[in-house]
Ligand binder design. Structure first.
Ligand SMILES: [Zn+2]
Length: 231
């Protein structure tokens, strides 16, 4: 299946610019219907995928839109992912139950929407250098039930589970991607297992952030990929 992105880019309603593009967030529209619009207050996403797999790009990657924040209501879960460093993809969805409730178990995505999303995520991962680990559900960033089908994970109708989605976007087969950053965590070969073991190379733990940053700089100067994380 050959996909293409329909250009629906507009500056209208884009609240801020300067997106750092380090994470990809997957959402569901939250209503039964199809839309590719940013609300007038800037709430929305960069991409929208319709039921038949048509992909619309609503704003440039540089845009910061209101998509994954707490809105003063949700609790932040992810330590780093924010509106300012995340590209959002909104999947149009259907519901056989009560569509006024995210908790309803009968929300679902069509195969076409999910397949198109996998294609788009792989393309963006390659273009923007985003690891599979940084492909998140909105739910992984704050405690919102979004996207409902991948939070309930009940495979209702044509919905996949989140781990099935992650398996597909992690598969490098048709993205031409073979390189993996030295020093980044690697998943083992058993990619169809839902529980993935990660092996992390650590070379120091420090009480003061500036000492950790100095060590990271030394490693970076030697050509290693080094990141500072709290533990
Ligand atoms: Zn969302």
């Amino acid at each position: 299946m050959q996909y293409k992105i329909i250009n629906a880019i507009s500056f209208a309603s884009v609240p801020l610019r300067g997106n750092k593009k380090q994470y990809l967030a997957i959402h569901y529209l939250g209503v039964v219907g199809q839309s590719r619009e940013l609300a007038s207050d800037g709430t929305g996403a960069h991409y929208y995928i319709y039921w038949d797999g048509t992909i619309y790009q609503r704003c440039s990657h540089d845009a910061i839109v209101w998509a994954v924040g707490t809105a003063g209501y949700y609790t932040q879960k992810h330590p780093y992912a924010r509106n300012a460093n995340t590209i959002s993809i909104e999947l149009c969805c259907k519901c056989d139950g009560d569509s006024t409730s995210a908790d309803d178990q009968k929300w679902y995505f069509t195969e076409e929407t999910q397949e198109a999303c996998v294609w788009l995520v792989k393309k963006l991962r390659k273009e923007l250098g985003i690891s599979a680990e940084n492909v998140l559900r909105h739910y992984d960033i704050v405690n919102k039930v979004c996207p409902a089908p991948y939070v309930h994970n009940n495979k209702y109708r044509t919905s996949w589970t989140w781990s099935e989605f992650k398996r597909r976007i992690s598969d490098a087969s048709d993205s031409g991607e073979t390189k993996q950053d030295a020093g980044s965590s690697k998943t083992d070969g058993a990619s169809n297992s839902s529980q993935k073991m990660r092996y992390v190379v650590q070379c120091g733990a420090f009480a003061e952030k500036k000492n950790a940053e100095a060590m990271a700089r030394q490693l970076q100067e030697k050509g290693f990929t080094a990141i500072v994380k709290t533990a």
